[in-house]
Design a protein around this ligand. Structure first.
Ligand code: ZN
Length: 89
């Protein structure tokens, strides 16, 4: 588990079980988003805990959860549990 960019401090962390459940719930309700995540990210390695970040979208109260690693960047591909946008962290 590593934090990278200074202005993107993690907000919290969650267990792998919590992460998988949240990402699964968000993707289950949005088929096109699930397709996008599948194309743009690769699977995560086994970790016990993952960082959680605040969603940077306007006044969105959501949190960003790790959904995979970005295919073309050394970054974690994250998914907002509220607005459903994706961000690299
Ligand atoms: Zn959001």
């Amino acid at each position: 588990m590593s934090s990278n960019i200074a202005q993107n401090y993690p907000y919290s962390s969650e267990s792998e079980t919590e992460r998988a459940a949240t990402v699964g719930r968000v993707l289950a309700g949005n088929e096109s988003l699930a397709g996008t995540v599948k194309v743009e990210s690769i699977g995560l390695p086994d970790e016990d805990r993952w960082w959680v970040w605040k969603c940077p979208t306007g006044d969105c109260p959501g949190l960003l959860h790790a959904a995979g690693f970005a295919v073309n960047a050394h970054a974690v591909y994250t998914l907002c549990d509220s607005c459903g946008r994706t961000y690299l962290r």
